[in-house]
Design a protein around this ligand. Structure first.
Ligand code: GCW
Length: 670
C-alpha cells in the first residue's frame, strides 16, 4: 500500500515537474487557477461584462460576486472607468458606472486574491489618474519592431483580417488587467501605407478583438500621407485640399472603427516629414489633423521629440520649438513629451517642457522597451525610474501617459521574463502614478512567480536596486548617450563615424578631455539649458555645488579632480559608481541562484543565462568607460576596485551588427 501511494505520489510530482518545465512565460502575471467555478451575478449582458464574468467565474475562489452598473453620485464621481469593491455579508459587490469599470474591478479583485490580500472587509474606491493609458508600438508593417527586443511584431499583418491570432485577445486581456486602455499599433516612423484601405480593414479586425477589453486603437500617421498616398502635390497643413484629404481618410477610418482613438504623429524629427517643411508650425500641423478628427471625438498626440543638428545643445531644442506654441493647440491635441529632454537615457532630468506649457495638454512618453538599458538581456526594473520622473513632474499636470511597448511575438512576450514587470509597472503607474515601486514589484512577483516571503523579499530588493545599478555601470553621475553607434547596446564613448551628425556621437555628450568631463549646460559658461527649468530648480541645477550628483555631468563640465560633496575627487567618485554598478549586478546574480527552489526550471534558466550576460556587460561597460576616460584623466583607479578584465584596444574592436533587432547573443559580446 505504502509503495503504491509512493508511486502515485511520484507520478504527481512528475506531472508537476513536467508542467513546470513547460513554463514558457506566456501566462505573464495572469496565472490564477482556472477551475474555481465561482457564482457571479450580473443582470446585464455585453461583450465586456461577459469577459468580467468569465474571469471571475473561472478564478475567484470566494463567495458570490455581484456586478452592478451604478449611476449614483459616488460612482459618477469615480468617472468613466472608476469602480468600487465592497464586501457585503454574503457576497462581494463590484460597482461602476461603466462596463469597463466593472472589468477593471474584476481584475482588481482577482489581483487581491492572487497577492494574498485580506478579503474579509473590502471597501475600495478606485479612479484612474488618467483617462488615457496607452501603449505605443514601434511596429513596422514588415513585421520588424524598431527598438524591439522580443522577436517580431505581434501583429501578423499578412494574415489579417482573416486570421486572428489567439495572442491578440491574450494581449488585450493582459492590458486590461493592468488598466491600459489604448494602443497605437504602428511605429511613429510611420509608413504612409498604413492608411491604405486594405490595411485599415486589418486595423479594424484588431480593434474588434480589443474592444471588449476596453481598449481603443490609434495609429501613427506619416504627415506626408496626402502627397505620398493621396497623390496631392504637397501635404501643407494650411492647404484646403490637404485638409479635405485627411477629412476623407478620417471618415473612412471611423466608418470601420467607430471608437477609433486618433493619431500619433512624429513630425519634423529624424527625417520625418512635417508642417515645418512648408514653413508652418507644429501647432498648424496638429490642429489641422485635430479638426479632421474632432467630429468623431478623436485625438491627436503630437510628439515633441524634435532636434536639429545645428542646435548647439540638443537638450534645449524641444523647449525652444514648443514653448512658444503654448496655448495654441486645439483641445483635442495632446503634446506628447519624452520624460527627459534628450532621449530615454538610463537617467535624465525631466524634460523642462513639462513645466513650461501650462496652457497645453501634455502627456508623458515613457520607454518600456529597453533601448538604452541592455535590451532584453538586462534585468532592469523601470518603476523607480518613472517614479523619479513623477517626483519632479506633478502627475496631475499631465493629461495622459504613454509607454513605448516592449512586446513582441516571443513566447514570453518581452524577451526577458523580468521585462514583463516593466509592462506591468507601466500599466499600474498609468492608473495610479502615486503607487510605490515597491508595491508594484511585490504585486508582480507574487502573481508571476511565488507568494513566499523568502522569494518575494530578496527579489523585490533586487528589482528595486536594478535601475540604479544599470545607471551606475553604464552612465553614472549624469553621463549620457555614450553608447555604440546606432544599436545602443554596448559602450563606445570613443565612437567616431565619418560624416555623422555630431549630436549622434558620444563625444558630443561626454565632452571628455584633459580638462575634465561633462556637458556644460550651466547659464554662466554653458548652453544655458538650466534656465529652461523653473527658477528654484534652475538655481539648484546651475551650481555644481548644489546640483544633485546624479545630474552633475549632465549640467556641468568639471575637472577630474573636482571635489565632490563627500570630499572625493570626481574621478574617484566616477570609478566607484562603475564599481558599485558591477558589484550590484554580481549580487543580483547571486540572489537569483538562491531563488532556484522557488522558480520553475525553465524561467530560472532563462533568467540565469541573462544575468550572466548582464554581469559580463557590466564589466565591459566599466572597463570601456574607465579605461577610455583614464586616457584623459591620467589618474589611477582607486584602491580596492576590481581590476579591468579587458584592454581598451580590444574593446575598441568590438562591433555588434547595427541592424540587429534581436537580442545580442553571448558570442557577439566581449
Ligand atoms: O531614440 C530614438 C530611437 C529611434 C526612435 C526615436 C523616436 C522611433 O533611437 O529608434 O524612432 O527615438 O522616439 O522617434
Amino acid at each position: 500500500m505504502v509503495k503504491k501511494l509512493l508511486a502515485v505520489g511520484l507520478f504527481f510530482v512528475g506531472l508537476a515537474c513536467m508542467s513546470a518545465s513547460a513554463e514558457d512565460g506566456s501566462r505573464l502575471w495572469l496565472r490564477q487557477d482556472i477551475a474555481a467555478q465561482a457564482t457571479v451575478c450580473c443582470k446585464l449582458q455585453s461583450a465586456t461584462l461577459d469577459k468580467a464574468k468569465e474571469e471571475l467565474r473561472k478564478s475567484w475562489q470566494g463567495g458570490p460576486v455581484i456586478l452592478e452598473l451604478c449611476y449614483d453620485a459616488e460612482h459618477t464621481a469615480l468617472g468613466k472607468e472608476g469602480y468600487t469593491i465592497k464586501t457585503l455579508s454574503d457576497s462581494v459587490r463590484l460597482g461602476a458606472s461603466s462596463e469597463a469599470g466593472l472589468l477593471y474591478a474584476a481584475y482588481h479583485l482577482l489581483r487581491l486574491q492572487e497577492t494574498g490580500a485580506a478579503l474579509e472587509r473590502l471597501d475600495i474606491k478606485e479612479k484612474p489618474a488618467y483617462d488615457l493609458r496607452i501603449l505605443n508600438h514601434w511596429d513596422n508593417p514588415d513585421g520588424t519592431v524598431e527598438r524591439g527586443y522580443a522577436g517580431h511584431s505581434l501583429w501578423e499583418w499578412n494574415e489579417l483580417p482573416e486570421t486572428l491570432s489567439p495572442r491578440y485577445e491574450a494581449y488585450a486581456r493582459a492590458n486590461a488587467s493592468i488598466g491600459i486602455n489604448g494602443t497605437v499599433l504602428n511605429n511613429v516612423n510611420a509608413s504612409p501605407n498604413m492608411l491604405e484601405s486594405g490595411n485599415l480593414k486589418k486595423v479594424k479586425a484588431l480593434a474588434d478583438v480589443f474592444r471588449p477589453y476596453g481598449i481603443k486603437v490609434y495609429l501613427s500617421v506619416n504627415f506626408a500621407s496626402p502627397a505620398v498616398l493621396g497623390g496631392l502635390p504637397n501635404a501643407d497643413p494650411l492647404d484646403e485640399g490637404v485638409f479635405e484629404w485627411w477629412k476623407g481618410k478620417v471618415k473612412e477610418i471611423y466608418s470601420l472603427i467607430p471608437d477609433f482613438g486618433g493619431f500619433l504623429v512624429k513630425a519634423n524629427s529624424e527625417g520625418q516629414p512635417g508642417p515645418c517643411d512648408y514653413g508652418r508650425t507644429h501647432a498648424d500641423g496638429a490642429n489641422m489633423l485635430a479638426r479632421a478628427l474632432k467630429p468623431y471625438g478623436g485625438l491627436v498626440m503630437w510628439r515633441a521629440f524634435v532636434y536639429n543638428p545645428t542646435e548647439h545643445d540638443r537638450a534645449k531644442q524641444a523647449y525652444a520649438e514648443f514653448k512658444p506654441l503654448d496655448g495654441t493647440f486645439l483641445d483635442n491635441v495632446i503634446v506628447q513629451v519624452k520624460n527627459g529632454p534628450i532621449d530615454f537615457q538610463p537617467r535624465e532630468p525631466y524634460s523642462p517642457l513639462f513645466t513650461a506649457m501650462p496652457h497645453t495638454s501634455l502627456m508623458a512618453e515613457l520607454q518600456i522597451t529597453q533601448e538604452y538599458l541592455g535590451h532584453s538581456n538586462h534585468l532592469v526594473f523601470l518603476a523607480p525610474m518613472w517614479k523619479e520622473f513623477f517626483g519632479y513632474v506633478r502627475p496631475e499636470s499631465l493629461r495622459a501617459v504613454a509607454g513605448v511597448s516592449n512586446i513582441g511575438n516571443e513566447a514570453n512576450w518581452c524577451g526577458h521574463d523580468f521585462a514583463q514587470a516593466n509592462w506591468y509597472a507601466f500599466g499600474r503607474l498609468a492608473w495610479n502614478p502615486r503607487m510605490s515601486s515597491e508595491d508594484i514589484a511585490e504585486e508582480w512577483l507574487k502573481q508571476t512567480f511565488a507568494d513566499d516571503s523568502s522569494f518575494v523579499c530578496p527579489m523585490k530588493k533586487m528589482m528595486l536596486e536594478s535601475h540604479e545599478a544599470a545607471v551606475s555601470y553604464m552612465m553614472p553621475l549624469g553621463l549620457h548617450h555614450i553608447f555604440a553607434w546606432n544599436h545602443h547596446y554596448g559602450p563606445e564613448p570613443w565612437c567616431e563615424v565619418e560624416g555623422a551628425r555630431p549630436d549622434w556621437l558620444p563625444s558630443y555628450y561626454h565632452q571628455a578631455g584633459k580638462d575634465g568631463i561633462g556637458f556644460d549646460r550651466s547659464s554662466r559658461t554653458g548652453s544655458g539649458a538650466t534656465a529652461q527649468y523653473p527658477d528654484s530648480l534652475a538655481r539648484v541645477f546651475d551650481n555644481p555645488q548644489t546640483c544633485p550628483d546624479e545630474f552633475l555631468l549632465w549640467f556641468h563640465h568639471l575637472p577630474w579632480d573636482f571635489k565632490m560633496k563627500d570630499g572625493r575627487t570626481l574621478w574617484d567618485a566616477l570609478c566607484c559608481k562603475y564599481e558599485d554598478g558591477l558589484q550590484t549586478a554580481r549580487k543580483m546574480q547571486a540572489v537569483w541562484t538562491e531563488m532556484k527552489p522557488y522558480v520553475d526550471a525553465e524561467r530560472y534558466g532563462r533568467v540565469a543565462e541573462r544575468l550572466d550576460i548582464q554581469v559580463n556587460d557590466a564589466v565591459w561597460w566599466k572597463d570601456a568607460c574607465l579605461l577610455y576616460f583614464q586616457t584623459f584623466s591620467g589618474m589611477k583607479l582607486p584602491a580596492g576596485m576590481e581590476k579591468p578584465k579587458h584592454k581598451l584596444k580590444d574593446l575598441k574592436k568590438v562591433k555588434l551588427p547595427i541592424s540587429n533587432y534581436e537580442r545580442p547573443a553571448r558570442e557577439m559580446l566581449p
